[in-house]
Design a protein around this ligand. Structure first.
Ligand code: PLP
Length: 386
């Protein structure tokens, strides 16, 4: 993985966000789509390419043995970000694959209930139903944030088998108070699962939940095709016995290893490790604060557009902004127009992404820490013309 430490991290402390941009390939346009996939640094791309070359030189499985130490460093960095023990960290292909591994491994009783909020990510809802879970919907406030006193009441009155929360919504400005939720769940011993696909590298994910999973390519700007899952130590024994029972020759393996996919994109895992360590060196809390600022600046700049309406609180701590067309514009065409006429990368979102929360398509804008005031004016002018 190559060394990376404070002394040679290439971060200009006077202009950390400018050096974040300089550490990446020159963008061909204006990239405001980190919620889909962030732009990787040259160092991350190099870690991936180096390992792929090594595989072809020495043999892929020999290369994997040679990378053991770097893979361990990747696990250490991810464990820190998730606030989980290293033995509980698993590498899989995506957040979707992480949820699949979790749902398969978890000992749900038949007819078990899972508590969710209305803004839950659509594909997760489908996975819960496929697993045979009955969903109960928790009440939220006007912004879509979980009502903690209502959660407490439900946990006391009719505790579900587990609570599942998507920490940072994918489709609009919405961050759930996961650390508070974890405290309430722990008090009544109801496990809390957290989808941190949009949270990892964006907000604090070391929240004390029982299981936290996410993806490499979004706010952490690691490679595509890698996801991560962290399990808290109180579940090790139960999960290890369940997992080892169906996997011959795995006695003594950690829960993280047992939950990890076997044949895998090792180069991608090394790239994710590099991305996580870059994030740690930049200073996670500085990144989170910067991303909140960037999101708020985006919403403020777009707030007085006549033809687009900013959805949700301008001051929310998320770098994700959703815009609703107010003059009947077709969102998918608008996304395409922004890309092809203005070189601005965004996402057009159909309601299936959050079927209990969205009723019509919206446009998602998700800049990263390098976003400038000029970038936002360029976005605003382009939007005004649609
Ligand atoms: C992107 C996303 C996922 C899926 O992540 P993959 O790595 O693409 O599987 C899950 N949940 C949320 C909230 C997401 O935004």
């Amino acid at each position: 993985m190559g060394t990376l430490n404070e002394a040679d991290d290439g971060v200009d402390r006077d202009d950390p966000w400018g050096s974040w941009r300089k550490a990446r390939p020159e963008p061909s346009g204006l990239h405001l789509d980190s919620a889909a996939a962030g732009r990787s640094s040259l160092r991350v791309l190099g870690a991936v390419a180096d390992h792929a070359l090594l595989e072809a030189k020495v043999g892929a499985y020999v290369a994997q043995e040679m990378a053991e130490e770097s893979l361990g460093a990747a696990r250490t960095a991810l464990a820190r970000l998730l606030g989980m023990p290293e033995e509980g960290v698993a590498f899989v292909e995506s957040a979707t694959a992480a949820l699949g591994a979790l749902l398969q491994a978890w000992p749900f009783e038949p007819d078990a209930t899972l508590a969710v909020v209305p803004s839950e990510w659509g594909p997760n809802l489908a996975a819960f139903v496929r697993r045979g879970l009955r969903l109960v919907e928790l009440q939220v406030d006007a912004d879509g944030c979980l009502d903690l006193s209502e959660l407490d009441r439900v946990l006391q009155a009719a505790p579900p088998a587990a609570v599942h929360i998507t920490q940072v919504a994918s489709h609009r400005t919405l961050v759930q108070p996961v650390a508070d939720i974890a405290g309430l769940c722990r008090a009544v011993e109801v496990p809390l699962f957290v989808d941190a696909a949009q949270a990892l590298g964006h907000v604090d994910t070391a929240t004390g939940a029982d299981v936290i999973y996410g993806t490499s390519r979004k706010w952490l700007t690691g490679p595509r095709g890698v996801g991560v899952l962290g399990v808290a130590s109180q579940w090790f024994e139960l999960l290890r016995s369940r997992l080892a029972a169906t996997a011959p020759g795995t006695a003594g393996e950690s829960v993280g290893t047992l939950l990890s996919s076997r044949e895998s994109h090792v180069a991608g895992r090394l790239g994710l490790g590099m991305a996580a360590r870059e994030h740690l060196l930049l200073g996670p809390s500085a990144v989170w604060a910067r991303l909140a600022d960037v999101g708020q600046a985006t919403r403020r700049v777009c707030d007085d557009l006549a033809n687009w309406q900013v959805i949700g609180p301008v001051d929310g701590p998320s770098a994700i902004t959703a815009l609703r067309p107010t003059e009947g514009q077709d969102v998918m065409q608008a996304r395409s127009h922004l890309l092809h006429e203005h070189g601005i990368v965004t996402t057009g979102q159909e309601p299936f992404r959050a079927p209990r929360d969205m009723t019509s398509p919206t446009l998602r804008v998700s800049p990263h820490v390098d976003c400038t005031a000029e970038d936002l004016i360029r976005l605003r002018n382009a939007l005004a013309a649609i």
